[in-house]
Design a protein around this ligand. Structure first.
Ligand code: HEC
Ligand code: HEC
Ligand code: HEC
Ligand code: HEC
Ligand code: HEC
Length: 303
């Protein structure tokens, strides 16, 4: 259901409720796309307070409509855990209490047109790092063998809270201003591991599939001494990444730095100082931060 339909529906419910006379101001602000659901209408208490007292004579359809927004499903959907600040403290176990299906459900054995999943193979799936059968997106990023070695993502690495009703900013004067259009997760996060290989910044003559051979397809040939202060963020396993690359070569590095590029750009990585780095900052790096995003910093990540 898209946000507009959703709002239209709520508007109608609001009007019906206004007509039966049990309408509260809380509820109205909700139908206007309240910016911070957590603040005004998300907690079960707030919802109870906002729940219209249905007159005993109200027709059945109106009662049904009224319960939709105040029942357990509605409350769970607007549970404060979905939003700031509560989401910052949520553990995976907290989220999985209600969303176990994101890890348990399986991909279809065949597409509706009949193509078996065992007969499809994207080129990146031929890489040595890609193990096992097709999995769902969530499984690939949380439970697949390769990701479990190199990364330590949790639900909140990607999910930072989104407004399920109003998915685009600017739909009304008081709508939230920080929504990533129609996305539950900010794609900038994905870009970190799914961007293009930034060979220009490395002084390499061409993309890795052309220039790699000259370097034995081994990133570490250079990166054993260049930009060595890397990956010290809470969603990556820095030590295991280096082990992987030492044991299995450039594919494991390249996978996250061009090998699975869903985007046409690459992420402007922070440029951490490293031992042996000269004082001159190349032009392309002039605007780069020198630390990882605060949100992802872990203890011991400072040089
Ligand atoms: C109390 C139960 C409950 C908990 C705990 C919970 N959720 Fe939900 N969540 C729901 C319900 C119900 C919905 C609405 C289901 C739907 O639309 O498919 C929902 C919807 C979502 C959606 C879709 C939002 C949208 O725009 O439609 C995401 C993403 C999500 N939850 C992530 C999380 C994450 C991450 C956590 C932990 C921080 C979490 N949930 C914790 C019950 C819960
Ligand atoms: C790698 C990033 C990433 C991680 C980690 C992640 N999610 Fe998601 N999740 C997404 C994306 C992307 C979507 C689809 C968003 C959209 O459609 O805009 C999504 C969708 C969802 C939805 C909506 C229903 C669905 O299945 O499409 C729920 C619920 C959800 N995630 C819960 C979780 C929970 C719980 C966890 C932790 C166990 C989790 N996610 C971990 C990126 C992630
Ligand atoms: C920390 C790095 C990282 C982040 C962040 C990340 N991914 Fe991935 N993604 C990977 C890795 C690694 C694989 C391949 C895992 C494997 O081979 O088992 C992958 C695989 C995929 C696949 C292929 C899944 C399959 O089974 O064929 C898709 C699609 C994808 N990612 C989309 C996304 C999107 C969308 C986001 C942002 C919401 C995202 N990724 C964020 C590292 C990441
Ligand atoms: C010929 C040496 C060389 C090889 C081989 C090489 N790199 Fe680099 N790389 C560099 C240099 C030089 C820089 C830029 C250093 C600086 O910041 O001044 C760099 C920067 C990077 C950056 C940061 C880019 C940015 O925009 O901040 C990433 C990521 C990276 N390399 C990944 C890789 C991966 C993955 C491989 C293998 C697939 C690889 N490199 C192979 C020399 C190399
Ligand atoms: C699982 C995905 C993944 C793998 C595997 C991976 N990287 Fe990264 N790399 C990232 C992410 C995400 C960042 C940005 C981290 C941050 O924000 O500080 C990054 C940052 C970097 C940077 C920028 C360093 C700086 O100054 O902060 C370099 C250079 C780099 N990687 C090289 C490599 C090399 C070389 C390998 C193989 C040994 C490798 N990467 C393997 C995901 C990966």
């Amino acid at each position: 259901m898209n946000a507009n339909t959703d709002k239209w529906w709520v508007g109608v419910v609001a009007i019906i409720l206004a007509l039966v006379g049990g309408f509260s101001v809380h509820f109205m602000s909700d139908s206007n796309g309240a910016p911070a659901p957590a603040a005004s209408n998300t907690s079960p208490k707030a919802q109870e307070a906002a729940a219209p007292s249905t007159p005993p004579t109200a027709p059945a359809t109106q009662v049904a409509a009224a319960t939709l927004v105040t029942n357990d499903y509605g409350r769970a959907r607007y549970d404060p855990i979905h939003f700031k600040p509560a989401i910052d403290k949520a553990t995976d176990a907290d989220c999985l209490k209600c969303h176990q299906e994101v890890l348990d459900s399986k991909t279809r054995d065949a597409s509706p047109a009949g193509l078996k999943k065992t007969d499809t193979l994207a080129w990146y799936q031929t890489l040595d790092t890609y193990a096992g059968e097709q999995m769902t997106f969530h499984q690939r990023h949380l439970t697949a063998p390769f990701i479990k070695k190199v990364a330590t993502m949790s639900c909140t690495t990607c999910h930072q809270g989104n407004n399920p009703r109003d998915e685009v900013s600017g739909t009304s004067a008081d709508s939230p201003t920080d929504l990533t259009m129609r996305k539950m997760v900010d794609p900038n996060l994905c870009l970190r591991c799914h961007g293009q290989f930034p060979y220009q910044n490395m002084g390499l003559p061409g993309p890795w599939h052309e220039s790699g051979a000259a370097f034995q397809n081994n990133c570490l040939l250079c990166h054993v001494s260049i930009r060595t202060n890397r990956h010290k963020v809470n969603y990556l396993n820095a030590a295991a990444i280096e082990q992987e690359a030492t044991a299995n070569g450039g594919d494991s590095c390249y996978g996250c730095h061009g090998g699975r590029a869903w985007y046409r750009t690459s992420f402007p990585y922070p440029r951490h100082a490293w031992p042996g780095a000269g004082a001159t900052v190349p032009d392309w790096a002039k605007d780069r931060p020198t630390e990882s995003d605060l949100r992802f910093l872990i203890e011991g990540s400072k040089p």
